[in-house]
Unconditional design. Structure first.
Length: 273
């Protein structure tokens, strides 16, 4: 584990989140805190002390409007938006706001040719089908395509257990049959498959399982302000329902040996900051 000034990182992350908030408010785009960032807002009134980034969600239509708005509104002297479409070596289906002139090198992406600056994540949420079987098929399709793409990118996911090792071994072989562009297009097609219908739930393609990342639509639309450090950000009004769904007893602190950054950081450089 790399030691670093967590307070400095949190300060930079907060500045980045405020830039997202500024653009969203300017363009009337709906955003919301998710995962550990909403948990931090509720449990700590800010960052989870050992967290190393901020997670923001948007419904797909708002996400695409946000990316478009960044072309003219983003402070491009300091930041840039990274997506699968504008970074050939990047293999995630969500966007990252990156801070120029810094380094944040993760174990997973150490060998990938993508950008490696300090970032916050911006997750698009897409519709999921209503039926249990249809959801299972949808989730498996996304899971398989994601791991094929990760293998193609050279991501090191450090699989544990026989089944995981077999999966990643097979992904490494099968990914050679496809191009990066083709895999990215196929994954995004699966994610957007049900967006022509109004469904009761939405999902994003992050680091949790499909079932965990499938949220009630109201958790992404019925929003209130949550205190976060010295400011506020939007998040689910029914934060208890969302956080219980994701974490169970979310107010219970994890044991000390579980309090670490989730990105397995290898190197960090704050540059001029």
């Amino acid at each position: 584990m790399v030691e670093y000034d967590a307070q400095k990182l949190h300060s930079l992350e907060l500045d980045m989140a405020l830039e997202v908030k500024r653009i969203c408010e300017l363009k009337n785009i709906t955003y919301f805190l998710i995962a550990g960032s909403l948990l931090g807002a509720v449990r700590h009134k800010g960052f989870i002390p050992w967290d190393d980034d901020i997670d923001i969600g948007m419904l797909r239509s708002d996400y695409e409007r946000f990316l478009d708005a960044c072309k003219t509104e983003l402070d491009s002297e300091k930041y840039f938006i990274q997506t699968m479409q504008n970074d050939d070596g990047y293999g995630h289906s969500f966007g990252k706001l990156r801070l120029k002139g810094t380094v944040f090198l993760e174990s997973m992406t150490e060998s990938a040719s993508e950008h490696h600056e300090i970032f916050l994540d911006i997750f698009p949420f897409d519709n999921v089908p209503e039926g249990k079987l249809a959801r299972k098929i949808h989730g498996k399709s996304i899971y398989i395509k994601k791991h094929l793409l990760w293998s193609k990118m050279g991501y090191d996911t450090k699989p544990t257990g026989k089944s995981q090792k077999l999966l990643y071994g097979a992904s490494g072989i099968l990914s050679k049959l496809f191009t990066k562009k083709g895999l990215k297009k196929s994954l995004e097609k699966s994610l957007k498959k049900y967006n022509s219908k109004l469904t009761s739930c939405v999902v994003t393609n992050g680091s949790y399982r499909y079932e965990k990342e499938t949220l009630k639509r109201e958790w992404t639309q019925d929003l209130v302000e949550h205190k976060f450090e010295n400011t506020t950000f939007m998040g689910a009004k029914d934060y208890d329902g969302y956080l219980t769904h994701l974490y169970g007893d979310y107010m219970q602190l994890p044991p000390e040996n579980k309090r670490y950054d989730k990105h397995m950081l290898l190197k960090i450089d704050f540059g001029k900051y």
